[in-house]
Design a protein around this ligand. Structure first.
Ligand code: GTP
Ligand code: MG
Length: 464
């Protein structure tokens, strides 16, 4: 009997035939209340009973129901194209989906790498596909390429975060949620025939835990066949020695195991892109025409384009979507929740409920909040005291200045009054002097006029 999470005494009372597990134990536990035997326990493999039906019931249509539901709902698939400017990203996307997506060539003078996403609704037969193509604009164009991977990682994380936020909502609408998480990352390797650039290795290493990487050699028509073979094995050995995890085509499912195992050998796929139709024999085919010959995109002797299309779209599209959700998103979600303080078990490996974590986190948060509030209050009181002291000092200065000014004003006033008195006295004296002078003047005039009269009288007397 395996041990349940109950106390020793209670474990002994557990029923032997049943696997005793903390979640499934059905003994009466004083601490946790009665645990009832869950229904699925009764259906353990030994007890599973195969019954033959006496007539048609209809649950064999379940797969069809699923297909119909998925078809009516539509699918979404998001591809990230990482590669240097002009390496052939847009041409390959157009060739893969046999259409012309909007794209404008990037300049080589972008200050940094930026991501551009465009979504399209495509339809093939009655299947609708919401396709998003994300382009890395300006990748590999900067002198310092140290941070080139950052915007890509940030973009991928942002899509995971948006999905997580939707999942954590009380009212979720994941059913019609536009999932923008990247399902496949086509990494375009330049056809140097030499080896991977350090930018390629660094970027792929940073992305490998976040996205399904499918490495491809771009413009494979520019590399000789014997060189291509060596180049492919060089790339693969470099990826292995640097611990870069690329997407592994699944081999666990019978229907695709063989094709996936065969195709894995051809990685990285050497592709050629072109939407131009060239007449070959009496048929038109997508090809690149050169003065010395024609490279057919869909000819497996010329390049691996068909292999890429098979692996990416026809065989593994659903697995890429699934891997994104179950592996990459799960990892992001786990790290994020752990960062937020959520965990499944406590330090004693006992299950930890979401509510307990929430309560613990809430208490921790409230404690921190209280601490912060106290600190702020103390700070506030201190600042108020400082300000008060500053104000008092300023007030004292003002009083002193006021007293000084008052004193100076009084002294000035006194001086002015003294001066006024002095001037008034001077004025009085002047007025007196003026009056005396006027008196003297009028007396002199009077005396003058009398003398003139006397002289006139004398004259007149002498005439007569
Ligand atoms: P940006 O968006 O500007 O970064 O460029 P891109 O990576 O989307 O490249 P694009 O598809 O615009 O192609 C750039 C040039 O390369 C065009 O002239 C294409 O015709 C050419 N080209 C694309 N694919 C191939 C290929 O497989 N082989 C060769 N030789 N040339 C190609
Ligand atoms: Mg482009």
């Amino acid at each position: 009997m395996s041990r349940c999470g109950h106390t020793e005494a209670l474990q002994h009372t557990c029923v032997d035939e049943l696997l005793c597990h903390p979640d499934r134990c059905w003994v009466q536990c004083a601490a946790q209340g009665p645990h009832y035997l869950p229904f699925f326990l009764a259906l353990q493999s030994d007890d599973l009973r195969n019954l033959s039906l006496s007539g048609h019931v209809g649950f064999d249509s379940l797969p069809d129901q699923l297909v119909n539901k998925s078809t009516s709902q539509g699918f979404c698939f998001n591809i990230l194209c990482v590669g240097e400017t002009g390496i052939g990203k847009s041409t390959l996307m157009d060739t893969l989906f046999n259409t012309k997506f909007e794209s404008e060539p990037a300049t080589h003078n972008e200050p940094g790498v930026r991501l551009k996403a465009r979504s399209y609704e495509l339809q093939e037969s009655n299947v609708r596909l919401k396709l998003t193509i994300v382009d890395t604009v300006g990748f590999g164009d900067q002198i310092n390429k140290d941070d080139s991977y950052k915007p890509i990682v940030e973009y991928i994380d942002a899509q995971f975060e948006a999905y997580l936020q939707e999942e954590l909502k009380i009212k979720r609408s994941l059913f019609n949620y536009h999932d923008t998480r990247i399902h496949a990352c086509l990494y375009f390797i330049a056809p140097t025939g030499h080896s991977l650039k350090s930018l390629d290795l660094v970027t792929m290493k940073k992305l490998d835990s976040k996205v399904n990487i499918i490495p491809i050699i771009a413009k494979a028509d520019t590399i000789a066949k014997n060189e291509l073979h060596k180049f492919k094995s060089k790339i693969m050995s470099e990826l292995v020695s640097n611990g870069v995890q690329i997407y592994q085509f699944p081999t666990d499912e019978e229907t695709v195991a063989e094709i996936n195992a065969t195709m894995s050998v051809h990685l990285p796929f050497a592709v050629v892109g072109s939407t131009e139709e060239v007449k070959i024999g009496n048929k038109m085919a997508k090809a690149r025409q050169y003065p010395w010959g024609v490279v057919q995109v869909e000819n497996e002797n010329h390049c691996d384009f068909v292999k890429l299309r098979e692996m990416l779209i026809r065989v593994n599209m659903e697995d890429l979507r699934e891997q994104t959700h179950t592996r990459h998103y799960e990892l992001y979600r786990r790290c994020k929740l752990e960062e937020m303080g959520f965990k499944d078990t406590d330090p004693d490996s006992k299950p930890f409920s979401l509510q307990e974590t929430y309560e613990a986190k809430r208490n921790e948060f409230l404690g921190e909040l209280q601490k912060k509030e106290d600190e702020m209050r103390q700070m506030f009181v201190m600042r108020v005291k400082e300000k008060e002291a500053e104000l008092k000092e300023a007030e004292k200065d003002l009083h002193e200045k006021f007293d000084h000014l008052k004193r100076t004003h009084q002294e000035e006033k006194k001086k002015v009054e003294d001066k006024k008195k002095e001037l008034e006295e001077e004025l009085n004296n002047f007025q007196k002097k003026k009056a005396a002078a006027q008196l003297l003047q009028s007396q002199a005039q009077q005396a003058g006029s009398q003398q003139t009269k006397k002289d006139k009288d004398k004259k007149n007397a002498s005439f007569t």
